[in-house]
Design a protein around this ligand. Structure first.
Ligand code: PGA
Length: 247
């Protein structure tokens, strides 16, 4: 059976001291986890977290990657640079980047392609806004977002991780019910199946106010293969409870 993946997305949180304590507390409590694990840390802390996680079962993730390979792109960080710090995953297309940094489906697809080219697994985020859900456009929006990544690829689509994150559920405390999430996951799975013979291998994560209390019921859904966790990933005990629920 495919192992679940629990990935933290720290967003723009942390400090040298806080990261040290958080990761040490997680490592002390994690024991023999049944799932795969990762933490997505701010780029400036990759080196620190790489050292703290060396030889452990927790993988390192970055929160963004440049769509370019190298050169005059001030402030950008390339896939090759991330690779030098042991990065295994990179989050691409998070709704905060789509919303605040104007990332289009095309840019997200290029970033995913760039990650794959460097041997980094992109965690591709898709999700509808509240207005899109209320207009009955959820399936159309997530399919459009995923289609861009499927079509601009050049690598086997089965090498990506997909995260369904309804925008209205991120950081709001409003979670999609397990049934609502499963419904969208089934749509995404069908789309992936049409694109690849290996779609069953692809992990489909749910994200958006997943927490210690609701993780087990979300993770019990047939097409939910893990979680992308924001706020609850900043509290060791909550993150550990979610990890324990992923088996
Ligand atoms: P949240 O964030 O768990 O705080 O809602 C999830 C995410 O944005 O990845």
């Amino acid at each position: 059976m495919k192992k679940k993946l629990i990935a933290g997305n720290w967003k723009m949180n942390g400090s040298l001291a806080a990261n040290d304590k958080l990761l040490k507390d997680i490592l002390v409590g994690v024991g023999q986890a049944a799932c795969q694990m990762a933490v997505g840390v701010p780029a400036v802390y990759l080196s620190q977290c790489q050292a703290l996680l060396a030889g452990t079962a927790i993988d390192l993730a970055a929160q963004d990657i440049s769509a370019h390979e190298v050169g005059a792109y001030t402030g950008e960080i390339s896939g090759a640079m991330l690779k030098e710090f042991g990065v295994r995953y990179v989050i691409v297309g998070h709704s905060e980047r789509r919303q605040y940094h104007g990332e289009t489906d095309e840019v997200v697809a290029l970033k995913a392609q760039r990650a794959l080219g460097c041997g980094i697994t992109p965690i591709v985020c898709v999700g509808e806004t509240l207005a899109e859900r209320e207009a009955g456009k959820t399936d159309e929006v997530v399919k459009r977002q995923l289609a861009a990544v499927i079509h601009t690829n050049g690598h086997c689509i089965s090498e990506v991780v997909v995260a369904y994150e309804p925008v209205w559920a991120i950081g709001t405390g409003k979670t999609a019910t397990p049934e609502m999430a499963q419904q969208v996951h089934a749509v995404l799975r069908a789309q992936l199946k049409a694109a690849s013979d290996h779609a069953d291998r692809i992990k489909l994560l749910y994200g958006g106010s997943m927490n210690a209390a609701n993780a087990a019921s979300l993770l019990a859904q047939p097409d939910i293969d893990g979680g992308l966790i924001g706020g609850a990933a900043l509290k060791a005990q909550d993150f550990l409870t979610i990890i324990a629920a992923a088996h």
